[in-house]
Design a protein around this ligand. Structure first.
Ligand code: PRP
Ligand code: URA
Length: 210
């Protein structure tokens, strides 16, 4: 399958993204916005879930209607910042399981370092959406997806809020089968691997560790 990038330009997402980027937005509001944007993005990212027909009775009579066709989802946030997206996506898909992959970027080398990995046992039966608000060099997403792929899930998507063109290119080349969902593709990475204009350090802004 060809790699595809979906930029979600829905007005509600773009509106919230403006406040997320603003340096005057404090941690409480930042966390809420990350959750809300993740919820809205999840709505779009699950648009292709297959449906099946069921027969039910309404108070007025019989009806043939649709339910999601037995597909199971798992969300896999990349720690730490990906955690900020979990509550929002679970609002949309409460039955999903949540795995965790712990990675941080070494600030000198910009290379991701793995420190935690716990995925649902039945992951082979699940479609996985990997979550991280930021796709910068792409190193963290590439490694996290490689780790998830070793467990053989049914499919993998990657959902971030802001992507850099460099990260989109690197991730597309490393994992051409993984669709990328984001709210914006920004201008460029600066010399220390931060997205410009971006929003700064997502993990620090979510958890107030600036
Ligand atoms: C940030 C971000 C991504 C990564 C993106 O995490 O949340 O995981 O950097 O950069 P990359 O595309 O160049 O790999 P960070 O390493 O700051 O860790 P944190 O989530 O614990 O703050
Ligand atoms: N990680 C972040 O949190 N922000 C960036 O701009 C790049 C990587």
């Amino acid at each position: 399958m060809e790699n595809q990038v979906f930029v979600m330009d829905h007005p509600l997402i773009q509106h919230k993204l403006t406040f997320l980027r603003d340096k005057n937005t404090g941690s409480k509001e930042f966390r809420e916005l990350v959750g809300e944007i993740a919820m809205l993005m999840c709505y779009e990212a699950t648009r292709d879930l297959p449906l099946q027909e069921v027969h039910i009775e309404t108070p007025m009579g019989e009806a043939t209607t649709k339910v999601i066709a037995g597909r199971k989802l798992a969300f896999v946030p990349i720690l730490r910042a990906g955690l900020g997206m979990v509550e929002g996506v679970l609002e949309m898909v409460p039955a999903a399981k949540v795995g965790h992959i712990g990675l941080y970027r070494d600030h000198k080398t910009l290379q991701p370092v793995e420190y935690y990995n716990k995925l649902p046992q039945d992951i082979t039966e699940r479609d996985v959406i990997v979550l991280d608000p930021m796709l910068a060099t792409g190193g963290s997403a590439i490694d996290a997806i490689s780790i998830v792929k070793r467990s053989n899930p049914k499919s993998i998507k990657f959902m971030c809020i802001i992507a850099a063109p460099e990260g989109v290119k690197a991730l597309s080349e490393a994992h051409p089968d993984v669709q990328i969902y984001c709210a914006a593709v920004d201008d460029h990475l600066n010399e220390i691997g931060y997205i410009v204009p971006g929003l700064g350090d997502a993990g620090d802004r979510i958890f107030g560790t600036l």
